[in-house]
Design a protein around this ligand. Structure first.
Ligand SMILES: Cc1cc2nc3c(=O)[nH]c(=O)nc-3n(C[C@H](O)[C@H](O)[C@H](O)COP(=O)(O)O)c2cc1C
Length: 333
C-alpha cells in the first residue's frame, strides 16, 4: 500500500505537520509505504492557464510538480493536510491543487482513466485557530475536487478537522486528537493491507508486464496490491503500448519501468507472474510462480501490439478467476 501525504503548512514544525505525522507514522508502522511532500519546500508555481494540459495532456511548466504527478498516480491513498488560511488551504497547497488541472484534463478532455482511479482514496486533514462552524467548508470542497482530478474518491468520514489550535506545536496539548489521527491511519491501512500481493514481471517492464499490471489493477485493485517490474528495466515504456492502451481509454502517462530487485526490497508478493524472464526471475519463497507464454511485441507493428494487449486482457481475467477464491498461498512450483 502506498500513501502520499501532502503537508501544506509553511510552518514545517507546525500543528498540521504534527497531526499528519501521527496518521502517517501509524500507517508506516503497519506496513504502508509512505511518501510525504513538504509543499512549502518545493518549487510549485501557480497555474498560468496556458491551456497546454487541455491540448497536449501535460503541464508545460517545468518545476517540482512534474515529479508530483507520478506520485499522485502511484498512490493508493492521498492525505491532504493544510492549516486554514482565510477559510481555505494555504497558497502553497492551492498552487499544487490548481496544477492538478493537468490530471483533470487527461480524464475530462482526453477521456482517459489511469489504472488506479477506481480504488484510490483521498482524506482531508485541516487545522484552524478559531471555532467557526463553517471553518473547513471551503477547504473540504476544494479537497473534493482536487481528489477528483487526482482520480481519488474523497472519503469524508475520515476527515480530521481540528479547531482552536493556533500556536506552533499547541496540538501536542491534545493527545486525544493525535490518538484519533493514528486510529484513522490504522483503520484505513487495515483495509488496504488485507489485499493479496501480486507482481507482473517481464524483462524490460516496458510493455507486457505494464499492460498486465494496468488491467489487473484497474479491475481488481480492491482485492490485490498489484505491481509490475522488470529483471532488466528499459529507460522508458513502449510508446506503441501507451497508444494501444489509450485506444481503450486506459492512461499510461507518468509510468516508468521499474527494477524487480528494488521492488522486492519493499514488497513480498504472494503471486509472481512472469513473461519471458525465465533465467533472470528470482525465486521468491512463499510466492506462487505463474508463467505466461506471450511473445514480446517490442519492435513489431501496432497491429501486433493490439493483439498482445487483447491476449493479456484475456489472461488477466482468467487469472483473477483462478486466484480469487484461493485462501492459502501455495509454494513456488
Ligand atoms: C495568513 C493566515 C491566515 C489564517 N486564517 C485563518 C482562518 O481563516 N481561520 C482560522 O481559524 N485560523 C486561521 N489562521 C490560523 C491558523 O490556521 C492556525 O494557526 C493553525 O494552527 C496553523 O497551522 P500550522 O501550525 O500547521 O501552520 C490563519 C493563519 C495565518 C498565518
Amino acid at each position: 500500500m502506498k500513501i502520499l501525504g501532502i503537508h501544506g503548512s509553511p510552518r514545517l514544525k507546525g500543528n498540521t505537520r504534527i497531526l499528519l505525522d501521527a496518521f502517517l507514522k501509524k500507517a508506516y508502522k503497519m506496513g504502508a509505504k509512505v511518501h510525504k511532500l513538504e509543499v512549502a519546500k518545493l518549487n510549485v508555481k501557480p497555474c498560468v492557464e496556458c491551456g497546454s494540459c487541455e491540448i497536449k495532456g501535460y503541464c508545460a511548466l517545468d518545476d517540482d510538480m512534474q515529479d508530483i504527478y507520478p506520485l499522485i498516480w502511484d498512490a493508493d491513498l492521498i492525505v491532504l493536510a493544510t492549516p486554514i488560511f482565510f477559510y481555505g488551504p494555504t497558497a502553497q497547497v492551492k498552487a499544487l491543487i490548481d496544477r492538478s488541472q493537468a490530471l483533470w484534463a487527461r480524464k475530462y478532455r482526453k477521456g482517459l482513466e489511469d489504472p488506479g482511479r477506481k480504488h484510490r482514496k483521498g482524506i482531508f486533514i485541516g487545522v484552524g485557530a478559531t471555532k467557526g462552524k463553517n471553518l473547513f467548508d471551503g477547504s473540504k470542497l476544494i479537497a473534493k475536487y482536487f481528489f477528483d482530478a487526482c482520480g481519488a474518491s474523497y472519503i469524508d468520514e475520515y476527515d480530521i478537522c481540528v479547531r482552536k489550535v493556533e500556536k506552533p506545536g499547541e496540538i501536542h496539548n491534545y493527545p486525544e486528537i493525535l490518538d484519533n489521527a493514528a486510529k484513522k491511519g490504522e483503520q484505513i491501512c487495515d483495509m488496504y493491507l488485507k489485499r493479496k500481493k501480486i507482481v507482473f514481471v517481464c524483462k524490460e517492464n516496458a510493455c507486457r508486464s505494464q499492460m498486465a499490471w494496468a488491467f489487473f489493477k484497474k479491475f481488481y485493485g480492491n482485492e490485490f496490491d498489484v505491481r509490475s517490474a522488470g529483471s532488466n528495466p528499459a529507460e522508458e515504456i513502449n510508446p506503441n503500448m501507451v497508444q494501444a492502451m489509450e485506444n481503450i481509454g486506459i492512461d499510461m502517462a507518468y509510468i516508468k519501468p521499474k527494477s524487480l530487485d528494488n521492488l522486492l526490497k519493499e514488497f513480498t508478493p504472494q503471486y509472481l507472474v512472469t513473461m519471458d524472464c525465465e533465467q533472470e526471475c528470482p525465486y521468491i519463497p512463499g510466492a506462487k510462480k505463474i508463467e505466461w507464454d506471450i511473445e514480446d511485441p517490442a519492435g513489431k507493428d501496432m497491429e501486433f501490439m493490439v493483439k498482445t494487449r487483447d491476449i493479456i486482457l484475456d489472461k488477466v481475467k482468467k487469472l483473477y478467476e483462478e486466484l480469487k477464491d484461493r485462501t492459502n498461498v501455495s509454494k513456488n512450483k
